[in-house]
Design a protein around this ligand. Sequence first.
Ligand SMILES: [Zn+2]
Length: 172
Amino acid sequence: MTRPPFEPPVPREVEAVSRQLGRPARGVLGIAARCACGAPVVVATRPRLPDGTPFPTLYYLTHPAATAAMSRLEAEGWMPRFAALLEGPLARAYRRAHESYLADRESVEHVEEIAGVSAGGMPTRVKCLHALAAHALAAGPGVNPVGDLALERAEWSPSRCECDEPFDAAVP
Ligand SMILES: [Zn+2]
């Protein structure tokens, strides 16, 4: 798990993210979470892409097994179930997660068009488990309660490598 400031990505990390996304990765700030093998799991992206487009999703889940696991939870109906839990302390924690997300992004760059907009439905809705799990993986346990719940339910975990080709961070 990594929050700003990020280590600048090396070319093979950007290549790995591009392979995972199936398109050239743009505006990569760094790798915010990794698989046990070192492969990128969450990419941190600039709040303004090189072409000027505002990009609110600071933490984006890129690892195919991780994104598939979150898609599965969404298909199984976990988003409304998690949303129904957002009362009392959990609702307050979810709002703090939203504020923490914005603080991380603001520390990189303020982009007026997306001011106050975080990701995944925060601070009151649950709209994308991929974005919430990405935040939880970057920030570590205890920051994003819904992201934490999604990761607990998921069949995938960053601690158990399921990569087709394990990524050895030691190789340049
Ligand atoms: Zn791996």
